[in-house]
Design a protein. Structure first.
Length: 279
């Protein structure tokens, strides 16, 4: 589909677009994100943005890596914000490209506020978050009217790198039938222990989806009590998103990627016989 098929905003020189590249599969880019890739003069991108996506940029575009990986040397957030401002003041069309969605644990709010303080015009281009798109690729619907009418997104670590004390884990355990945890692997034992101590069942289903929506996607199905040991035993690596809740059981019937490779689907993953309604 060419840009002429829909009317899209002009990417003005001297502005910054904060765009989400989705969880990995280039097919999950929005039309507006693809438009920004094709028209940017400079792209400042994160570690989760694949080469396949960067290859969609126009020839000659300045590409600058500004990724953050846990435990490894990473760009400092103030330096990234300053670089965006500098590039915009040079008259460039600056694309800040992030994995997932910029405003869901992507520090997009921090960068947008820095742009506002510097007087730099910006646009937000939402993306498909791993907590939605990544779990969908694993065959896990985060809501289901018979199981879950609420879902909570939470980060596995705060700015200090530790499990966030600002989260009321007891209230979370009581009130959220489905919990989706980003950046959880390093502290998964602590997170599981806090939820169990707050009343969640040790046997509650858990899915850990690593490298979601990419050809390297791996899905580990486990329990809250066994999650930490199973992650270690199976060599599950970040980036990963963790789903906690009964909806994980639906994967037995909805693992459409597995079905494409020959895995049989369970038409009744909840163990109930349901009478279909005739049209």
């Amino acid at each position: 589909m060419g840009d002429s098929a829909v009317e899209l905003p002009r990417f003005e020189p001297g502005s910054v677009w904060l765009a989400g590249a989705g969880p990995g599969d280039p097919g999950l880019l929005t039309i507006l994100a693809l438009h920004s890739l094709r028209h940017a003069d400079a792209i400042v991108y994160d570690a989760l943005v694949s080469t396949d996506i960067l290859n969609l940029a126009a020839s000659g575009t300045l590409l600058e890596f500004a990724g953050k990986r846990g435990g490894k040397p990473s760009a400092k957030q103030p330096d990234i914000s300053r670089r965006l401002i500098q590039l915009a003041r040079e008259g460039r069309r600056v694309l800040r490209l992030k994995g997932g969605d910029p405003f869901i644990f992507g520090r997009g709010g921090e960068e947008a506020l820095a742009l506002v303080a510097a007087g730099i015009p910006f646009r937000l281009v939402p993306g498909v978050s791993a907590g939605i798109g990544g779990l969908a690729y694993a065959g896990i619907p985060i809501t289901h009217r018979d199981i879950s009418s609420a879902v909570t997104f939470v980060t596995g670590h705060d700015a200090t790198g530790l499990v966030p004390d600002s989260v009321d884990w007891e209230a979370l355990a009581r009130g959220a039938p489905v919990i989706v945890v980003y950046m959880a692997l390093k502290h998964i034992a602590t997170i599981a222990a806090r939820l169990i101590a707050a009343g969640r069942s040790p046997d509650e289903p858990v899915a850990v989806v690593s490298r979601a929506t990419t050809p390297q996607q791996r899905v580990l199905e486990t329990t809250l009590a066994g999650a930490a040991a199973d992650v270690a035993a199976n060599g599950i690596e970040p980036p990963a998103v963790v789903a906690i809740g009964q909806v994980v059981r639906l994967r037995a019937g909805l693992d459409w990627l597995g079905a494409l490779s020959g895995r049989a689907l369970d038409p009744d993953p909840l163990g109930r016989q349901r009478v279909s309604e005739a049209g």
